[in-house]
Ligand binder design. Structure first.
Ligand SMILES: [Zn+2]
Length: 315
């Protein structure tokens, strides 16, 4: 451990002001799972985020991920745009430029395969407004959005939900400036010295977007239709004897982890992706529910296994 760059309580406090929306968080496992990956899990005993946790994160003793939305307010202090595909940095720079045209300063952080672009607010903003703003921006710039129009690759916007129920958490994103358990590396923000103090100073000095500005930016805008959440179909109780499409008949060997089977996603495989063979999660209790974590849609997966979903629209 490099003592020269260890975090002080004041640095942890600065980090807290920038990034913490709620006390729930996740922690990256110290040891890899059977598949060699370091997963994030919610700490046992409902352990809540503290300044000490942040200090340990900055010092590399543990690595945390942070939630965007506080369900009591449906707001977040920040928006993060995650991109990790071929032209990811190019797209993030496009977004950064376009944001600057609205007077918004954003910070670009390296990631393993691309980057995260961060925007900070002076007061927490409604998650819904943040999302409407960024999705419209992306559409204007023709930046691909993962999941939109069935795209497997594209940006992901945190907050990932418009709102949460009181018992929901939404999606967490790797807390910046920690040390990734697997690669033992810290990912820095590009525009400041690669020292903790300089980085936090830089982030704190960025102009913060105000609620009035956000209200102005989203006036008259709605969520583009391709990104609107589709209402979930209510399924009849699962009956294993009923004849219907079974994803488990169409995948190779599966591994069990917590409540899911994990296996290679057929749609990813078709695109030469998912070499580690664990992008597809299939719910053990109800295998009608399955999801590709790389973003393939159900339509793409069904097409890949040769059982396309019949279109309800007559052609
Ligand atoms: Zn996939």
């Amino acid at each position: 451990m490099q003592r020269a760059d260890s975090a002080t309580p004041a640095m942890a406090a600065k980090y807290w002001n920038l990034f913490v929306n709620r006390l729930a968080h996740t922690v990256q496992s110290q040891k890899p799972g059977d598949d060699g990956k370091h997963y994030y899990y919610r700490p046992k005993g409902g352990h809540r985020l503290s300044l000490e946790t942040i200090r340990q994160h900055l010092n590399g003793q543990q690595t945390i991920a942070l939630y965007a939305i506080n369900p009591k307010t449906q707001r977040s202090k920040w928006v993060a745009i995650d991109a990790d595909y071929e032209s990811a940095l190019e797209d993030l720079l496009k977004l950064q430029w376009e944001l600057s045209q609205d007077g918004i300063e954003s910070a670009l952080e390296k990631s393993r395969r691309g980057g995260h672009l961060w925007i900070f607010a002076d007061q927490p903003l409604l998650a819904r407004d943040c999302r409407i703003y960024i999705y419209n921006l992306a559409r204007r710039l023709r930046v691909p959005v993962k999941g939109g129009a069935g795209l497997a690759q594209g940006i992901e916007v945190f907050p990932r939900q418009d709102e949460l129920r009181a018992d929901e958490f939404g999606n967490a994103i790797r807390g910046p400036l920690g040390i990734h358990r697997a690669v033992r590396q810290r990912y820095w923000f590009y525009s400041a010295d690669y020292r903790l103090e300089a980085q936090l100073e830089y982030l704190s000095s960025l102009r913060k977007i105000t609620e009035q500005e956000m209200i102005r930016f989203v006036a008259g805008l709605t969520m583009p239709e391709e990104f609107q959440p589709r209402s979930k179909a209510v399924l009849p109780p699962y009956d294993p004897n009923r004849r219907e499409f079974r994803i488990l008949d169409h995948v190779g060997s599966v591994r069990r982890r917590s409540r899911n089977y994990w296996t290679k996603c057929p749609s990813c495989a078709q695109q030469g992706r998912d070499r580690s063979g664990d992008n597809l999660a299939i719910c053990i209790a109800d295998p009608r529910k399955y999801k590709c974590w790389a973003g393939c849609t159900k339509e793409m997966i069904r097409a890949a296994v040769g059982c396309p979903i019949r279109s309800r629209i007559a052609s």
